[in-house]
Ligand binder design. Structure first.
Ligand code: CDP
Length: 230
């Protein structure tokens, strides 16, 4: 007798890659299509960075330990994808400020910050049915994720996208300056000792330089469908 068709598994989809590679837009759409929860882990590192900047804390382990212990970060699903709350305050816009962006890679290189964030991310995603984007999701947070995608795109294309995304608030930033900002953040994220940005050996690499969002979303959805069949 044939086995009954097993129900679809709700898997963990890990989406990693450098800044501006299209992770968040792609992750949001995939989560929406599959009815999964979208978790933007970069927003967590950004919220801790904002808390450190507000407190005037030095960027080292001891000071950040206190910040981590006194900061409550909540991620709330919303129509735009995710709202980020810091101690009850909606900081979704403020965490995208230039100051936070310039400091976040130094904060997220610290061991005390990483261990707290990774623990929290594992709690959020453990049950499956999540699309989590970041730098170390497939390598460190969920090495057992059923589907791992590593998105890449040329530096210039990523800078163009980031300028378009920031709109009027980036009116005084040139393409060259944006390339330099992204290059520096990529360098810091890739060269740090703990959980550097790197492609997991079993991740599927997708170069999004000349793909539309819809094209990359449908490619990933096809992989997800394969993996969710019981
Ligand atoms: O959206 P964007 O590509 O600008 O970056 P993000 O996803 O908001 O992440 C901001 C920064 O947080 C990154 O440049 C990393 O330094 C750090 N991050 C990390 O270390 N690990 C993660 N899983 C996610 C972000």
């Amino acid at each position: 007798m044939p086995l009954p068709h097993s129900s679809e598994r709700r898997i963990i989809i890990a989406l990693d890659g450098p800044a501006g590679s299209g992770k968040s837009t792609t992750a949001r759409k995939i989560a929406h299509t599959l009815g999964y929860v979208y978790i933007d882990t970069g927003a967590m590192y950004r919220a801790i960075t904002l808390a450190a900047l507000r407190a005037g804390a030095a960027i080292h382990n001891d000071a950040l330990q206190t910040i981590v212990q006194t900061s409550r970060i909540e991620l709330l699903p919303s129509a735009e994808g995710q709202r980020t709350l810091l101690n009850g305050e909606d900081v979704s816009t403020e965490i995208r400020s230039r100051e936070v962006t310039e400091t976040v890679s130094s904060v997220s290189a610290l061991g005390v910050v990483r261990s707290a964030m990774v623990e929290c991310q594992r709690e959020l995603g453990n049950a499956g049915g999540v699309v989590m984007d970041g730098r170390d999701i497939g390598t460190v947070v969920f090495p057992q994720a059923e589907l791992k995608i590593f998105l890449v795109a040329s530096l210039e294309e990523r800078a163009r996208r980031r300028l378009a995304e920031l709109g009027a608030s980036a009116a005084n930033i040139t393409l060259d300056e944006m390339c330099a900002q992204l290059r520096e953040r990529d360098r810091q994220d890739s060269e740090r000792e703990i959980s550097p940005l790197t492609k997991a050996t079993d991740a599927i690499e997708i170069d999004t330089s000349s793909l539309s969002i819809d094209e990359q979303v449908s490619q990933i959805l096809a992989f997800a469908e394969e993996r969710t069949k019981g």
